[in-house]
Design a protein around this ligand. Structure first.
Ligand code: T4K
Length: 368
């Protein structure tokens, strides 16, 4: 039996990719907003349901550029239960992250705890959709409207997720996607800001290209965050297969659910009402008192069988050396979840047999 990884990239048949990149040899146009780039932006507008999609070099750049495009320099309310990129983006553009706790049931920001963190310096909320679960978007909108705050979603885990029948990128002011190799949809490395605001889209375009608006017209201090043509071609190909890939993930998630449901101390994820998930990740919570082992024990046990799970997200950001002691943080639920959570392998190369074997190891290890 070979290694089973937590994630594997979605890859089109190699001939399909060759066919797609052939024209690059004719045009010799490799980067700087080429044909493939523009084609992918258009196709993603349709898929993500936003009026504008600004492609960038990765999901982290999408976050930094979105915050910069809104000119936010004050406090931004987010959660410590996310990939470190979220908080790094806030800090690196000169804003201050204010950490809010999450909900026990879906691991996203707890809207009941946001309001008491709002101060005169608060400029935005940056909630994070996690694993394919979405934030309480309606409650977040109500709070943002009440205090005049922008809402920029970290939608790195939410590509293809739909809420009440519409792509989830339709909520909030902007949604930032990651198209990293390990994500549901990838452009090898890549990302995008999806927005309905033309001014913001234009700012993203300028900021990703050194701040250049046209020849001799540098209007902002931007960096280089442009997506190259090979990445865009990968995206064009992968977009043709994404619906099948998500359906396959759904089937694997349902298989996990059925095989894990009666193991004491193992809690699986529940797909939310009115949400079509993308099954980005398959998180489980391990309750050591009932299961007989901690999350860390199970992590090692699975490794012994070449099953490579991940502790997404452990530790919480405020416990990382770069952040510890620098920010006030009253987030007991996030801390407790981060100590009990593990994401099991979930991708479109996972076989039913892999899932069966993983669940059998988890079952046999119960109180062993
Ligand atoms: N916001 C959130 C909420 C995010 O989760 C992320 C990224 C971002 C923002 C920032 O987006 P990007 O700037 O990355 O676009 C990974 C990814 O690097 C990162 O994209 C992701 N989140 C994070 C949650 O996970 P690692 O260090 O855990 O990944 P790595 O390299 O260990 O890969 C995991 C598994 O995937 C490996 O065991 C094998 C497999 N793999 C990986 C790669 C890179 C492959 O099979 N092929 C590959 O090419 O960070």
């Amino acid at each position: 039996m070979g290694d089973v990884f937590v994630a594997r990239p979605l890859m089109p048949p190699i001939d399909e990719y060759f066919e797609e990149v052939k024209s690059i040899w004719e045009t010799k146009w490799l980067t700087n907003v080429g044909h493939k780039h523009n084609e992918l932006e258009k196709k993603l507008c349709d898929f993500l349901g936003g009026a504008y999609v600004g492609l960038v070099v990765n999901g982290h750049a999408a976050l930094e550029l979105a915050i910069q495009a809104y000119g936010i320099e004050g406090e931004i309310i987010t959660t410590p239960f996310t990939f470190v990129s979220t908080a790094n983006a806030i800090c690196r553009v000169g804003a201050k992250p204010v950490f809010c706790d999450i909900c026990e049931n879906n691991y996203t920001i707890d809207p009941d705890k946001i309001e008491k963190l709002v101060t005169t310096k608060t400029k935005a909320i940056l909630p994070v959709h996690v694993y394919g679960n979405i934030c309480y978007v309606d409650e977040i909108k109500r709070i943002a409207d009440k205090y005049g705050l922008k809402v920029i979603y970290d939608a790195a885990h939410a590509f293809g997720v739909r809420y009440r029948g519409k792509p989830v990128s339709c909520v909030g002011d902007s949604s930032c996607y990651s198209f990293h190799a390990t994500k549901v949809f990838n452009t090898i490395e890549g990302g995008a800001v999806c927005t309905n605001n033309y001014e913001i889209y234009k700012k993203i375009c300028v900021l990703r290209d050194f701040g250049i608006n046209g020849e001799g017209d540098t209007i902002a201090i931007g960096g280089n965050a442009k997506m190259n043509e090979f990445s865009a071609a990968m995206g064009i190909c992968n977009l043709r297969h994404i619906s099948d890939a998500i359906l396959y993930r759904k089937a694997m998630a349902e298989l996990y659910d059925s095989l894990l449901e009666d193991i004491p101390g193992i809690r699986t994820n529940t797909v939310q009402e009115n949400v079509e998930s993308n099954y980005s990740y398959y998180p489980i919570i391990i309750n050591p008192n009932e299961y007989g082992h901690s999350r860390d024990d199970l992590f090692i046990e699975l490794q012994k069988h070449d099953i490579w799970t991940r502790k997404y997200f452990y530790p919480i950001i405020t416990e990382m050396p770069a952040y510890k002691g620098k920010y006030e943080c009253d987030t007991p639920i996030a801390k407790s979840i981060s100590e009990k959570i593990m994401t099991l392998p979930m991708h479109d190369s996972l076989s039913k047999e892999d899932v069966g074997r993983i669940c059998e190891i988890i079952r046999s290890y119960y109180r062993y």
